[in-house]
Design a binder for this molecule. Structure first.
Ligand SMILES: Cc1ncc(COP(=O)(O)O)c(C=O)c1O
Length: 360
């Protein structure tokens, strides 16, 4: 059985380093914020090419605090994409604003800047592109549009630690970058955690106090010191893991090159970090079922775009509104990809997919 995800091998490998970090926190007696969080924030900001990072309790909290800190609130509109994890649009909602969706580019399935003008109204305050699966959205036209209209740009980089556009890391491309360290992420905690990166100290000052009951809309979003200590250990390995992910993705691309499966695009000048390796296939559900029968678990990210999700029914969208995102929802299939996988695992997954496609 090839599981879609198995977080155990990584932690077995790092057990000694992690135990040492955990012991250090136990000895310090400081379990929320404090020096471990400050040290991780500094290292993570440097990794992202940002001025500072603000450690918080989750990626969702990162989005909420970034929105609030950049002045988004009740009655405002925020432009984002319908094909993301629910947290993206839910965070917009939870600060009292309304998500306004635009369709995505067919190649990378990230925000298509050509849709921005039509989605913009006099209530629009921010644009929130998602670096889906680990490929950065095309930030240049998005930032140019936002600057022209005086809108904030918040990157949802929850899936894209270390991804780059034109050599510049995500998290440094807009006004604030929001990261998740949920355990399955490329940089994952052993619990929940997140961070916001900024390239401007004024923005830092507007956002940072919100995580501990300060500021107009304060709340508890503090980062856990144990998570920060573990993340500090893992950050030292992240580049090697990312290169391993990229090598496995290249191997998949080669094995699937002549098949009917459409392999993921890495746009010229961008660095994809393959949080997910997502192919597109016709008859996706039957293909996934056949692969499961031959012992390969797969995933679907995401089976239903948010504009058709009953939780957002009141926004008034209908089927047909975002054809690119809707077609993707029918065809996307995430294959197992892990830095710890052997070449034989990649080959076994690819063969199972090719057999399933041949059956169809
Ligand atoms: C695109 C995206 N945005 C936001 C989040 C929310 O992060 P968290 O689960 O840490 O709250 C996630 C992941 O879970 C995500 O994949």
């Amino acid at each position: 059985m090839i599981r879609f995800r198995d977080l155990r091998p990584q932690h077995r490998e790092l057990r000694d380093e992690i135990r040492e970090a955990l012991d250090r926190v136990l000895e310090s007696g400081i379990f929320a914020l404090g020096p471990e969080v400050a040290a991780f924030e500094e290292a993570f900001a440097a990794y992202c090419g940002a001025t500072s990072a603000i450690g918080v309790a989750s990626g969702t909290r990162a989005l909420e605090l970034a929105l609030t800190g950049l002045g988004v609130g009740e009655g405002d509109e925020v432009i984002t994409v319908p094909n993301s994890f629910v947290a993206t649009a839910a965070a917009i909602r939870s600060v009292g604003a309304r998500p306004v969706f635009v369709d995505v580019e067919p190649g990378t399935l990230t925000l298509d800047a050509r849709g921005l003008a039509a989605a913009c109204s006099d209530r629009t305050r921010a644009v929130l592109p998602v670096h889906l699966y680990g490929h950065p959205a095309s930030m240049e036209p998005i930032v140019a549009f936002a600057r022209e209209r005086g809108l904030a740009v918040i990157e949802d980089a929850a899936q894209a630690h270390g991804a780059r556009e034109g050599g510049r890391p995500v998290g440094s491309l807009g006004d604030a970058g929001c990261f998740s360290f949920y355990p399955t992420k490329n940089l994952g905690a052993i619990g929940e955690a997140g961070a916001i990166t900024v390239c401007d100290l004024e923005r830092d000052a507007a956002i940072r106090p919100l995580r501990e009951w300060q500021g107009s809309a304060g709340n508890n979003a503090r980062m856990d010191a144990l998570q920060a200590a573990v993340l500090g250990v893992k950050l030292r390995h992240l580049e090697a893991w990312t290169e391993a992910r990229r090598a496995r993705a290249a191997h998949y691309n080669q094995l699937l090159a002549d098949s009917p499966a459409c392999t993921p695009l890495e746009r010229e000048g961008f660095r994809h970090v393959y949080h997910l390796y997502v192919v597109r296939v016709e008859g996706r559900d039957a293909v996934a079922k056949a692969m499961a029968e031959s012992g390969v678990e797969t995933g679907i990210h995401y089976p239903r775009p948010l504009h058709l999700d009953p939780r957002f029914a009141d926004l008034g969208y209908t089927e047909g509104d975002f054809p690119v995102a809707e077609a993707a929802a029918r065809e996307v299939l995430s294959l197992p990809l892990d830095p710890a996988h052997s070449e034989a695992t990649t080959e076994a997954v690819a063969s199972a997919l090719l057999r399933a496609l041949a059956r169809g």
